[in-house]
Design a protein around this ligand. Sequence first.
Ligand SMILES: O=c1ccn([C@H]2C[C@H](O)[C@@H](COP(=O)(O)OP(=O)(O)OP(=O)(O)O)O2)c(=O)[nH]1
Ligand SMILES: [Mg+2]
Length: 147
Amino acid sequence: MTPVRIALQRLPHGDGLPLPAYASTGAAGLDIVAAEAVTLNPGERHAVATGFAIAIPAGFEVQVRPRSGLALKYGITCLNTPGTIDSDYRGEIKVILINLGQEPFAVVRGERIAQLVPAAVQPARFEEVDQLDATDRGAGGFGSTGR
Ligand SMILES: O=c1ccn([C@H]2C[C@H](O)[C@@H](COP(=O)(O)OP(=O)(O)OP(=O)(O)O)O2)c(=O)[nH]1
Ligand SMILES: [Mg+2]
């Protein structure tokens, strides 16, 4: 599939850092690195700078997702996962990391901290009605089909 082109502007503190990049041929996400060094104590969160801003074409979004290795080994994840980058956002991309582990975690500048997954957006319009159509499930949810 032809990749969608996303313009990227490097910010001064992003100097020398690699661009978002796929770590393998079939990777879904492009890994992004921290533009700052910060230590997260257990339970602490921080919007980690990436040193770049982007202009996503209309009709697309970019999701910010955690890396499973950091989550499994250190309890480091994205608090708002998946983070949503709107196509009209022109500020710096930040990664809201939280340390759910037991030990302090040092984010090193240049270390891969998350991944970006571009996705098509389906616009919708909510229309108020008096009655919804009936289904077998009805209002059942939250474990209604069993554990
Ligand atoms: O992980 C994230 C999530 C969001 N953003 C930026 C891009 C996004 O377009 C903007 C707003 O994000 P969101 O809509 O999730 O947050 P909000 O609390 O609704 O803020 P706003 O009122 O600015 O939309 O913040 C990031 O840089 N990283
Ligand atoms: Mg919003």
